[in-house]
Design a protein around this ligand. Structure first.
Ligand code: ATP
Ligand code: MG
Length: 409
């Protein structure tokens, strides 16, 4: 049997990028031979094994045939006769379809190295169109390598467009889609992921609520970029530039969905878009079964981001309500994530990327003040049950009034 390094490990070595996980392909072997060498099978009818020591994935060279809808609608054929070239042709992109032996001799039948040099993301064969997950994968690689100047080849984008129009994207499971989306959002330029999905018509299918933001104007005074879709991309870009976690990036992507519902007569104003957007945010959350912390933050940021921007003008009682809504006493981290999401929203505007955002520290200070109100003295005064809650609220309000005054003086 011959063993080759394949996929991302070869690509990233040639790009001079760090290689994290290594995928291997084994040519000329049978399942029985792999088991005899101590490899552990991964799935029942999947010719993939884990190395007994390193735990890395070793796949028998295989060919594929489309047999149903969506990801997983494939029959595999693995046998010792399948050649390396036959295995490589079923892969998504030419830059992912190179193999290397243990002396770093490259096997590159589909010219991946040339495309690496030309900075092109190009499909290997027309069979690309058999797996809708590849639309998401290519958009994700575009986000990852945008910094190096990579672009999707026009003919690949065309195949992605056909896939998006064919209804195949709907066959993807929430879990599989979320895995790609969440990884893409954590790339250095997640806005490129959304842009590429939009360019091939996949965004309209996967997240019509986000797609609908493009072409919707906002008031130029606050939004020099005008377009709500462009604004959303910029907010996402800011969240990555500031190395924010997935929760914040997800909230940034969804914060303004309500603007897509504004009747044209009301443009460029978007009255109550925060509230109107909530049902859309909920729908997107549920469509991809996003993790609970992502879902929660997206809804809270959607509802309260304009409160964040007006923080310094809010009455003490409104400020208190905001802090209560976030349960800042038990969930300090979540409020901090809200604050930075608001800041990203403020900076994700053309020409305003470097602006200061005093609201952030003001809100942090307000949360500290509210948290600083001690319960003990109230207990000592004999308050209990609902009355204790009321007394605590009164004390917090008093403290916030003083805080607001000291901040404005
Ligand atoms: P990463 O750095 O994200 O791990 P990778 O290219 O190694 O990138 P993997 O998901 O680990 O991506 O897959 C390994 C290889 O398997 C890919 O390089 C590609 O050749 C192939 N591959 C994975 N998923 C698909 C797919 N859905 N369609 C076609 N080929 C795929
Ligand atoms: Mg990999």
């Amino acid at each position: 049997m011959q063993i080759y390094k394949v996929g991302g490990a070869v690509r990233d070595r040639l790009l001079g990028k760090p290689v994290t996980d290594i995928d291997w392909v084994v040519v000329g072997a049978t399942t029985e031979e792999m088991l005899a060498k101590g490899f552990r099978p991964v799935g029942a009818d999947f010719p993939v094994f884990l190395h007994p020591k390193s735990g890395e994935e070793y796949a028998l060279a295989r060919t594929e045939r489309k047999s149903g809808r969506g990801y997983g609608g494939f029959t595999f054929h693995a046998s010792p006769e399948v050649t390396l070239e036959e295995d490589l042709i079923r892969r998504d992109l030419t830059i992912n379809a190179m193999a290397e032996d243990d002396e770093q001799n490259l096997t590159d039948p589909y010219h991946g190295q040339r495309d690496l040099e030309d900075r092109v993301l190009r499909h290997v064969s027309p069979a690309f169109a058999e797996d809708p997950l590849r639309v998401l994968r290519v958009a994700r690689f575009a986000a990852r390598y945008a910094e190096l100047g990579f672009k999707v080849a026009p003919e690949t984008l065309e195949l992605m467009r056909q896939l998006s129009e064919s209804g195949e994207l709907e066959a993807l499971t929430a879990e599989r889609s979320w895995k790609e989306i969440s990884r893409a959002l954590m790339e250095e330029q997640p806005q490129v992921f959304i842009q590429v999905l939009r360019d091939c018509g996949a965004l309209k299918v996967l997240m019509p609520e986000v797609d609908a933001l493009f072409g919707v104007p906002q008031p130029e005074a606050h939004h020099p970029e005008i377009d709500s879709g462009i604004h959303t991309l910029s907010v996402l870009e800011q969240s990555a530039l500031h190395k924010q976690p997935l929760t914040v990036r997800w909230a940034c992507l969804l914060h303004d969905l309500g603007k897509g519902l504004t009747p044209e007569e009301e443009w460029p104003r978007h009255i109550a878009h925060e509230h109107k957007g909530l049902k859309l945010i909920k729908a997107v959350n549920e469509r991809f079964k996003a993790p609970k912390d992502c879902q929660e933050l997206a809804l809270l940021v959607g509802q309260y981001h304009t409160h964040g921007h007006r923080a310094l003008e809010l009455k003490a009682s409104t400020l208190l309500e905001l802090l209560q809504s976030f349960d800042v006493y038990r969930r300090p981290q979540r409020f901090e994530e809200f604050i930075v999401a608001c800041e990203m929203d403020a900076r994700g505007r053309k020409g305003l990327e470097q602006r200061s955002y005093p609201q952030a520290d003001y809100l942090r200070g307000a949360a500290d003040v509210a948290r600083g109100v001690a319960v003990q003295p109230l207990l000592e005064k004999g308050f209990k049950g609902p009355e204790l809650g009321e007394a605590l609220k009164r004390e917090r309000l008093k403290a916030l009034k003083a805080y607001k005054e000291s901040a404005s003086s």
